[in-house]
Design a binder for this molecule. Structure first.
Ligand code: SAM
Ligand code: SF4
Length: 455
C-alpha cells in the first residue's frame, strides 16, 4: 500500500466554508490523501478563504507569506509542498492571487471543489497556476457526490448545506457575486445525507444556507416543500435528536417556519435572524426591503410561537451615510429585540458592491466608537440572557472534551456552551443538568443523573 499524501485545510469565515472544507476532504480521500495535523507535515495546503470583509481577505495574504517560508524550508529537505487558495477570495480575485502571491500553485472557487482531484492530477503532471472559478451548470453538491463512506466518523454536531447562493443583493455584500445565484438542494438528497450523518454518530444537525429559510424544493411526495416541511421529515430520522438552521433572512421567515418552533420537538429554540441596522433609511440604502418595525413585529410573532427562543443577529455599523441618529435607532432596536447573542461588524467596503461606491463613507474612528457602544450593549444582553438560567434544569448534548481532564462541553437547546464534569465516553449523550454558574460566554452545570456522570 502506498503511504497517503497529507493535506492540511485551513478554513476561514462562515460555517458554509467549514462544510465545504469537509467536502474537499471527502473528494481528496479517494484520490489518496489523508488529513495532516499541521501545515508543517502537509504535502498539500489549502486555504479555504472568506471575502466578506477586507480584514478576512488580508489575513489570507499574510498567511501566504508565512507559508512561503514553510514551503522553502520543506523544499530544502527534499519535500514538495503544493499550496492552493479556495473559497470566496479565490472566486473574487482569481488569477490576481497568483500574481500577488506566486507561492500559490492553484486557485479554485466555492463551486469548483469537485474539480480538486483533477487539479491535483494536473499539478502532479507539472502544471501550475490553474484557476477554476466558473459557476458550473450542474449542482455543485451533486458533482461532489454523496458524502463518501471513507470519512471515519462525523462530529456529534454536524453541518449540512441545504441551500447556497443569494439573489438578494444587499448593497454591502459580496455573497451573490462569490457564491452565485440562490439554489436549493432537493429534499431527497438532504434526507439521504442526514441519514448518513446520523448513522455515523451525528446527534444534532445544523442546516446551512446563506438564506437558509428561502429553501424550497420538491419533496419526497412530489409536492413543493418549505423548510418547515423539510425539518418535519428530518425529525423522523432515527438517532437525530436536535435540529437547527442558519442563517435566516427576515423576509423569508414564513408562518409555517415560525410555527415549527412551537410544533417540531427536535427544532431547537435558537434563531439567527440578522437585521444589520435599526434605521429605516439605512435599511433602505442596504436594500434589505423591510423596516425596523417589520423586524420587531416578526420577532414578537416568533416569541409567541416559542416564548423562550434565543434570538441572535448580525449588525453592521458605519454603513455609508449612517448618522448618529441612525446609529441610535440601531441601539433602540437592540434594546427592544433583546438578543441572546449577536455578531457585529464595522462596515467594510467590498469592491464591486454598490455601497463601496458611496461618497458618504463613515470615518474609521466613528465606526470604531459605534461598534464599541453596540458591542457593550450586546455583551450585556448576552450576559443577562445566560444569567436567567442560573439554577435551571435543562438537557444538554455532550459534544466534546473540555479544557481540563474529566470535563466535557455540551450544548444547551439555546446553543449555550455548558461545562460539566463527565467522562469522555459520554460524548454524544444527552444528559439532564442543573446550571450552577453563568457567565457571558458559557454556563457551568452538574449532571443530575449520577450514572450518566460516571458511566
Ligand atoms: N444572509 C445573511 C443575511 O442576509 O443576513 C448574512 C450572510 S453574510 C455572509 C454574514 C454577515 O456578514 C452579514 O449578516 C453582515 O452582517 C456581515 N457583512 C456582510 N458584508 C459586510 C460588509 N461589507 N461589511 C461588514 N459586514 C458585512
Ligand atoms: Fe448577503 Fe445575506 Fe444580503 Fe444575500 S441576503 S446579499 S447573503 S447579506
Amino acid at each position: 500500500m502506498t503511504t497517503p499524501r497529507r493535506v492540511f485545510i485551513k478554513t476561514y469565515g462562515c460555517q458554509m466554508n467549514v462544510y465545504d472544507s469537509e467536502r474537499m476532504m471527502d473528494v481528496l480521500r479517494p484520490a489518496g490523501f489523508a488529513p495532516a495535523d499541521a501545515p508543517e507535515s502537509a504535502d498539500l495546503i489549502i486555504l479555504n478563504t472568506c471575502h466578506i470583509r477586507e480584514k478576512a481577505a488580508e489575513k489570507v495574504y499574510s498567511e501566504l507569506g508565512r507559508l512561503r517560508m514553510l514551503k522553502d524550508e520543506r523544499e530544502k529537505s527534499g519535500r514538495k509542498t503544493a499550496i492552493a487558495v479556495a473559497g470566496c477570495v479565490a472566486q473574487a480575485e482569481g488569477e490576481a492571487i497568483i500574481a500577488r502571491a506566486p507561492v500559490v500553485d492553484f486557485v479554485f472557487g466555492p463551486q469548483s471543489a469537485a474539480e480538486l482531484p483533477g487539479l491535483v492530477a494536473r499539478l502532479d503532471a507539472g502544471e501550475r497556476g490553474m484557476v477554476a472559478t466558473d459557476f458550473p451548470a450542474d449542482d455543485k453538491f451533486d458533482a461532489l457526490g454523496e458524502k463518501s463512506a471513507p470519512a471515519p466518523q462525523v462530529p456529534v454536531t454536524a453541518f449540512l448545506a441545504v441551500q447556497e447562493g443569494c439573489d438578494k443583493f444587499c448593497s454591502f455584500c459580496v455573497v451573490p457575486y462569490t457564491r452565485g445565484a440562490e439554489y436549493s438542494r432537493p429534499a431527497e438528497r438532504i434526507l439521504r445525507e442526514a441519514r448518513l450523518l446520523a448513522e455515523k454518530g451525528a446527534r444534532e444537525i445544523t442546516l446551512l444556507g446563506q438564506n437558509v429559510n428561502a429553501w424550497h424544493g420538491e419533496g419526497t411526495d412530489g409536492r413543493t416543500w418549505t423548510l418547515a416541511r423539510l425539518l418535519e421529515a428530518l425529525a423522523e430520522i432515527d438517532g437525530l435528536a436536535r435540529l437547527r438552521f442558519t442563517t435566516s433572512h427576515p423576509n423569508d421567515m414564513e408562518d409555517d417556519l415560525i410555527a415549527a418552533f412551537g410544533r417540531n420537538d427536535k427544532l431547537m429554540p435558537y434563531l439567527h435572524l440578522p437585521v444589520q441596522s435599526g434605521s429605516d433609511a439605512i435599511l433602505k440604502a442596504m436594500n434589505r426591503k423591510h423596516t425596523a418595525a417589520d423586524y420587531l413585529r416578526l420577532v414578537e410573532k416568533i416569541r409567541k410561537a416559542r416564548e423562550d427562543i434565543a434570538l441572535s443577529g448580525d449588525f453592521i455599523v458605519g454603513f455609508p451615510g449612517e448618522s448618529e441618529e441612525d446609529f441610535a435607532a440601531t441601539m433602540r432596536l437592540v434594546e427592544e429585540a433583546d438578543y441572546a447573542q449577536a455578531y457585529s461588524f464595522k462596515y467594510s467596503p467590498r469592491p464591486g458592491t454598490p455601497a463601496a461606491e458611496h461618497a458618504d463613507q463613515v470615518a474609521e474612528e466613528v465606526k470604531t466608537a459605534r461598534l464599541a457602544r453596540l458591542q457593550a450593549l450586546l455583551s450585556r444582553q448576552q450576559e443577562d440572557f445566560n444569567a436567567r438560567f442560573s439554577g435551571k434544569v435543562m438537557d444538554i448534548l455532550l459534544e466534546k472534551p473540555g479544557r481540563y481532564p474529566g470535563q466535557l462541553v455540551g450544548r444547551s437547546p439555546w446553543l449555550q456552551a455548558v461545562h460539566v464534569d463527565a467522562q469522555g465516553r459520554r460524548i454524544g449523550g444527552i444528559v439532564t443538568v442543573r446550571v450552577e454558574k453563568t457567565g457571558k460566554n458559557s454556563l457551568s452545570a452538574h449532571i443530575m443523573d449520577k450514572e450518566a456522570a460516571q458511566g
